[in-house]
Design a protein. Structure first.
Length: 144
């Protein structure tokens, strides 16, 4: 899946890792319970549909994130287009059945809505971006 954002790459990348921005674009009352953005770090969100969790495999800010995400591996590539950013999201599943089951839950439609909210969140970034995100993504975690 590809999307173009009217925002610089660093802003779009921040939407995926900033504790304050994630609930804005995930919606449905999402609460970030854990977020340790570094290889081997984990993420855990509580949503209106249940818990979503996974592990970061690669973090190359602001170019690339690779993470496990429930039952698949998700790669996010952020291409710098000046004041614009192209985001390419790839999902890899172990089996065709896992892919089909995930798609039946409306993942594609949910992603489209999330991208629209993410676009709005990226537009608000500037001085509101958390200090942890701007300086060291490994600090970007919430205490339990």
């Amino acid at each position: 899946m590809e999307r173009i954002f009217d925002a610089p790459r660093g802003h779009v990348f921040a939407v995926w890792i900033d504790l304050k921005l994630i609930p804005e674009w995930w919606g449905d009352g999402t609460v970030v319970e854990e977020m340790d953005v570094r290889p081997g770090g984990t993420h855990r969100f509580r949503t209106g549909f249940g818990v979503v969790e996974g592990e970061f495999r690669e973090v190359d800010a602001p170019e690339r994130l690779v993470q496990t995400f429930q039952n698949h591996l998700q790669t996010l590539e952020f291409e710098d287009l000046g004041d614009w950013t192209k985001l390419t999201q790839t999902m890899r599943f172990a089996t065709t059945e896992e892919r089909d089951t995930t798609m039946q839950y409306g993942v594609e439609e949910g992603a489209k809505g999330g991208f629209a909210r993410g676009r709005a969140a990226a537009a608000t970034i500037g001085d509101t971006m958390s200090t942890a995100t701007r300086t060291d993504t490994s600090l970007n975690r919430r205490e339990r």
